[in-house]
Design a protein around this ligand. Structure first.
Ligand SMILES: Nc1nc2c(c(=O)[nH]1)N[C@H]1C(S)=C(S)[C@@H](COP(=O)(O)OP(=O)(O)OC[C@H]3O[C@@H](n4cnc5c(=O)[nH]c(N)nc54)[C@H](O)[C@@H]3O)O[C@H]1N2
Ligand SMILES: Nc1nc2c(c(=O)[nH]1)N[C@H]1C(S)=C(S)[C@@H](COP(=O)(O)OP(=O)(O)OC[C@H]3O[C@@H](n4cnc5c(=O)[nH]c(N)nc54)[C@H](O)[C@@H]3O)O[C@H]1N2
Ligand SMILES: [Mo]
Length: 761
């Protein structure tokens, strides 16, 4: 029945019951096995996993947490298994699938169903008459894109998005092609993720990257974890936290929501824990501020440190500037305002400050709970102030640790995937390749959507990712995509961005990390950079999902040759042997000297971080103590609970990788068989007159009107009053396009002002 509407999927009845076990443990192993079985790859999958994060294997396509060195045999976790299984799946989507399903019918399917169809196998082009994707030759696809790009009035009318799985080699070639074409429009997933960390730290300490290495976790006396859920998103980090907790290191958590993984963990890699049924408590202190309350927490902690004189005066004098102004502004702050904004009593904030003061080696980790707010840059700079006041740079066991998301998101930036490249980077490109790269800065993700809506851009080319689902304000973003003259998606799996497309649309299927990448000079390895600036090789060993797949570098080269016939870049030569790409990288990107030599050593190499030597490459050569005030937080919060207004944070469940939905369960939060849930404090629910398990609609409130999502299940949860949590991407329609982090442009998807409403019949 090719033309009929899809049958309504048989959804299991949602089941909500609090999860009382530890994170990890046998449940994690069971769910890993199930993931392999669901993808029909129990044998291949197990073989594949033994090569995950090994010196001669591939880099896990899951998160950016670094590998242990020396490596253990099993360098993966439950959610790494899901990511690998999703890529190595035995399921395939071929031309018959696309012939059978019109795009309009696929649009009615949910993300779980789209993902479950399997790997894309050949290039496809959209045919409006039949509303279907049809096969197209690679050469024709490249010619079509090149022709459309050349038709533009200006290269700045094209947008080139990147998601963070793209390798260093592919990213370097990609930005090279885009800049030779003539634009810096290189928005990326970072814009929605750790952009505020980069902005804040570059201004403050002269480097946008984290300063710690994995080994520091073994030397820390206190580890602070702000706004991050490692049990789900960086499970291997729990191994580090567990070891630290076991030797008495304080683990201090700030998170509005009680996250199981931060409370207890049974390490599947520990035979003793697994066989004895034991587990290890992780957090020594678990504080639940209100959403967005971290700025007040950081200011309160700093106020206490200064007032108690618990300072590293030598470090402050030698390496920082701005102490007087900071201490004056902290003295003027009153505790009542701090407590009110933080949603925590003064005593809690002082307890945390006392732990910091008593620790000679402190690490500060943070994730999306800190970056996806209007005042995230101010919050991060206020948190880094704490490290500076205590001299926590340039010694073992201390430093800043923004925990990155995608496995190579940090490397992509290093390779020049950035809409605001530095002059020095562009000069180096110019010197090496002999063309004048454009100097005008380009659009970030939010700017790109805006440019499409205003008709300033007409073409979107996406190297991976899922632009239509990951971005804010879904309705406006979809309108923007539909206005495009051409959308091109380089992808491994079917997703919403193939269905919400431009007038013309292409799907270009590519190899994944686990697959053999065969080029003219033989099988190739790529490189990636993890969250702690370790650069290492990654080589797949599975047969590609289809003979027609191309590697990302091959796709860039194919397009570059069609688009830039007079280019002096020897594209085919570079593609034949990725060592040659790395040689070019070593001439353009600082820190990559002798790249091939160093990266072929087992474990790769570490990119120097100046702050580890107490060098702060800011204009003055000193780290800056920043003054930020508490103003406006209340406004940002959307009015407070008394007005029936709540602040909603959009988070990940345990069964998803960003927009890729693997299943409908969120084990550690006790939710099964449902993703349209809204976590709420039981007293708030009762005050609104709603029953437990009632379904409601959610409206967000912004200066330009209301946005709605409907039919969400209310789930009682341990989080502060006035705060709500739901999953992304289901709630992305609620995030206003212009509600972004100040100076970083990151959508404020963790602080959406909303109200809850009974379902209209
Ligand atoms: N399995 C899996 N792994 C992943 C991903 C995935 O989707 N699935 N995504 C990858 C990517 S791209 C990224 S960026 C990372 C994301 O990893 P995380 O940063 O852990 O991302 P979130 O799930 O968004 O969770 C944010 C946490 O912040 C808390 N939070 C929200 N608002 C606030 C606040 O105002 N203050 C504080 N203190 N806490 C707050 C939430 O309760 C939640 O625990 O994970 C990466 N790894
Ligand atoms: N409301 C809300 N929105 C958010 C967030 C949030 O917390 N709340 N988080 C934000 C964050 S932190 C991020 S990083 C973004 C993520 O945004 P994106 O990076 O754009 O999204 P993903 O879901 O990671 O992309 C998944 C798709 O990538 C493709 N893919 C997978 N592997 C490969 C590969 O090796 N090569 C290629 N070419 N394609 C591949 C597959 O087709 C898959 O469908 O979302 C952001 N959006
Ligand atoms: Mo991310």
């Amino acid at each position: 029945m090719p033309h009929s509407r899809p049958p309504r999927p048989q959804l299991p009845t949602p089941r909500v019951e609090p999860y009382t076990g530890p994170a990890g443990g046998w449940d994690a192993l069971r769910r890993s096995w199930q993931a392999l079985r669901d993808e029909h790859i129990t044998a291949l999958g197990s073989k594949t996993l033994l090569r995950a994060n090994q010196p001669t294997g591939f880099d896990c396509p899951g998160c950016a947490w670094p590998d242990k060195n020396p490596h253990s045999t099993f360098e993966f976790c439950e959610n790494g298994v899901k990511a690998v299984a999703a890529e190595a799946t035995a399921k395939r989507i071929d031309r018959r699938f696309f012939a059978e399903h019109a795009v309009s019918s696929l649009l009615e399917r949910d993300d779980l169903w789209l993902e479950a169809q399997g790997r894309l196998t050949e290039p496809m082009v959209y045919e409006p008459a039949s509303d279907r994707y049809q096969p197209i030759d690679w050469e024709d696809a490249f010619a079509l894109i090149a022709a459309e790009l050349r038709r533009l009035d200006s290269p700045n009318q094209a947008l080139f998005y990147t998601s963070g799985r793209t390798s260093n080699e592919a990213a370097f070639l990609y930005q090279l092609m885009v800049r030779e074409f003539g634009t810096n429009n290189l928005p990326d997933c970072s814009n929605m993720c750790h952009e505020p960390s980069g902005v804040a730290m570059t201004e403050q300490i002269g480097s946008g990257k984290g300063s710690v290495v994995l080994d520091d976790f073994a030397h820390a006396e206190a580890i602070f974890v702000f706004g991050q859920n490692p049990g789900t998103n960086h499970p291997r980090m729990l191994g580090e936290l567990r070891a630290a907790a076991k030797r008495g290191c304080r683990v201090v958590v700030f998170n509005p929501l009680r996250e199981r993984g931060l409370e207890r963990f049974a390490d599947p890699q520990s035979a003793v824990e697994m066989l004895s049924g034991g587990s290890t408590p992780i957090a020594s202190h678990y504080f639940q501020p209100r959403i967005g309350g971290d700025l007040a927490v950081a200011l309160g902690m700093a106020k206490w440190l200064v007032e108690q004189g618990a300072l590293d005066r030598e470090f402050i004098a030698a390496h920082t500037e701005g102490f007087e102004a900071l201490s004056d502004s902290l003295a003027a702050l009153n505790w009542q305002a701090i407590e009110q904004q933080a949603g925590l009593p003064r005593s809690d904030i002082e307890t945390a400050a006392r732990i910091l003061a008593g620790s000679q080696a402190s690490i500060l980790c943070w994730g999306m709970g800190i970056t996806q707010h209007r005042r995230s840059v101010a919050t991060i700079q206020s948190l880094i102030n704490l490290l500076l006041l205590r001299g926590q740079f340039g010694k073992p066991g201390a430093g800043a640790c923004p925990v990155r998301g995608h496995s190579n998101v940090q490397g992509d930036r290093t390779m020049g995937i950035y809409e605001k490249p530095s002059a020095a980077f562009l000069d180096a490109l110019n010197a090496e390749f002999g063309f004048a790269p454009p100097r005008e800065h380009g659009f970030d993700v939010v700017g790109a959507i805006d440019a499409l809506l205003q008709g300033k851009a007409q073409i979107l080319f996406a190297m991976g990712g899922n632009f239509a689902a990951a971005t804010p304000d879904s309705q406006r973003c979809h309108a923007a995509l539909r206005r495009c003259r051409l959308t091109v998606q380089v992808s491994t799996k079917l997703n919403r961005s193939h269905l919400v497309h431009g007038e013309q649309a292409l799907i270009l299927p590519c190899l994944g990390r686990t697959e053999i990448d065969l080029q003219a000079q033989g099988p190739q390895a790529v490189t990636v950079e993890d969250s702690m600036s370790m650069v290492h090789l990654s080589a797949g060993m599975n047969r590609p999902a289809s003979e027609q797949l191309k590697s990302e570098p091959a796709i860039v080269v194919g397009l570059a040759q069609a688009l830039l016939p007079n280019s002096r870049v020897p594209w085919s030569e570079l593609l034949a042997d990725y060592d040659r790409i790395r040689d070019r990288i070593s001439k353009v990107v600082p820190g990559f000297e002798n790249f091939n030599l160093r990266v072929h050593r087992p474990g790769g190499f570490h990119l120097d971080h100046p702050c580890r030597q107490r060098r702060f490459p800011t204009a003055s050569g000193k780290a800056k103590l920043y003054v930020h005030d508490l103003l406006d937080v209340q406004g940002v919060q959307g009015g407070g609970e008394r007005l029936g207004r709540f602040t909603l944070m959009t988070v990940r469940s345990h069964d998803q990788y960003n927009t890729t939905v693997y299943g409908l369960d969120d084990r550690y939060r006790g939710v099964n068989g449902e993703r349209r849930v809204c976590f709420i404090h039981p007293d708030d629910r009762q005050a609104l007159g709603f029953g437990a398990g009632q379904r409601i609609d959610i409206a967000s409130h912004w200066h330009d009107g209301e946005r709605w999502v409907r039919d969400f299940l209310l789930v009682d949860y341990d989080l502060p009053r006035g705060c709500l949590a739901s999953y992304f991407p289901e709630t992305n329609p609620l995030v206003p396009l212009d509600s972004v982090a100040e100076r970083a442009g990151t959508p404020a998807s963790k602080s959406i002002p909303v109200s809850l409403h009974a379902r209209s019949a």
